[in-house]
Design a protein around this ligand. Structure first.
Ligand code: AMP
Ligand code: MG
Length: 306
């Protein structure tokens, strides 16, 4: 197995492997994913095996065009159409009532399906060359950090893939925002992400407030996206403490991240990955601001903390 540059030949090789029912690693603008043809039940099941992901945790189906969306869904409410027009292609996953084409294995037997149209040119090229919608959860073992660069895929994941196509560093670096639009009257954000609550509210108007909706996301766990090293947030790091800071580092194992949520989010996982290699007893994270634009970053920090 190898990590391959995104040439035309390699993209065709990946598409052929997918059509044969194999799994491949692909870059997206959020994180690297493990792709399978979403309508191939056995390929979808092997995705769960490779990740050690519980069967109750549904997968996101990735498409490259609206003509690939229509066969997957029973209907598209206006709220979802407006969100697609505003944010697709991009890091927004929309939950809609599913059609019978989508296997139960993908949706964890729910009657809804999560769909996203990525904007990463390599992801799009692979979906187009395969000419099929692709299920693609993050390319990590369940609970661990999502890879945001090809070399950060764990060897045991890479071993289960026909290839990984290297698309460089992921520009967003955090998983997509997940919004449930299966109730046409009221959308609800199930997972904060790169597209902020404020951006979404501008398009759909009112949103169910967190905690007020009965709709739950089966794959939402308190601990997720975690490094192996224990992690703790603090007000500031002392000179000999190791971890992530927002100001100038004052110790050998302090890494400074940008004091803006987009720049911070893009580098968070790769930085935690690097700190995780140092054999530290603990990773300390200087608390970033708590203003609304930081919601997705805070969600991932809390989950990394467990
Ligand atoms: P990921 O772990 O990045 O592959 O994202 C998949 C997440 O999307 C799951 O863990 C769920 O939280 C959510 N999700 C996917 N499909 C559905 C669905 N049909 N209903 C509710 N949440 C879903
Ligand atoms: Mg994941």
């Amino acid at each position: 197995m190898s990590i391959l540059p995104p040439t035309k030949e390699n993209i065709q090789f990946a598409a052929d492997a997918l059509r044969e029912g194999k799994l491949i690693g692909l870059p997206t603008e959020t994180v690297y994913g493990i792709a399978a043809v979403a309508t191939n039940r056995s390929a979808v099941l092997s995705t769960f095996d490779l990740k050690g992901r519980p069967a109750e945790n549904p997968l996101i189906v990735h498409v490259a065009s609206m003509s690939q969306v229509e066969p997957l869904v029973a209907s598209i409410p206006d709220s979802a159409k407006n969100l697609m027009a505003a944010f697709w292609p991009g890091p927004l996953t929309i939950i809609l009532p599913k059609s019978s084409l989508v296997p139960d294995e993908v949706t964890a037997s729910l009657q809804t399906v999560a769909i996203r149209m990525p904007n990463h040119p390599v992801a799009r090229a692979i979906i187009e060359a395969t000419n099929a919608p692709l299920s693609a959860p993050s390319a990590n073992r369940f609970m661990s950090l999502s890879p945001t660069r090809a070399e950060n895929l764990a060897p045991e994941i890479v071993a289960g893939l026909a290839c990984v196509i290297d698309g460089g560093d992921c520009t967003f670096g955090l998983e997509s925002t997940v919004i449930d639009c299966s109730d046409p009257l009221q959308c609800a954000i199930l997972r904060p992400g790169a597209i902020t609550r404020a951006q979404i509210a501008e398009v759909v108007g009112s949103l169910s407030l967190p905690g007020t909706t009965e709709r739950r996301s089966p794959g939402n766990y308190r601990r997720h996206y975690s490094p192996r090293t224990p992690l703790r947030t603090v007000d500031s790091l002392g000179p000999n403490e190791s971890g992530i800071v927002l100001d100038r580092p004052s110790g050998a194992h302090q890494i400074q991240l940008p004091n803006d949520p987009v720049g911070y989010g893009a580098l968070l996982y790769s930085t935690l990955h690097n700190l995780d290699q140092l054999g530290l007893t603990e990773i300390l994270v200087e608390s970033p601001p708590t203003t609304p634009e930081w919601e997705a970053v805070w969600d991932r920090i809390r989950k990394a903390q467990g």
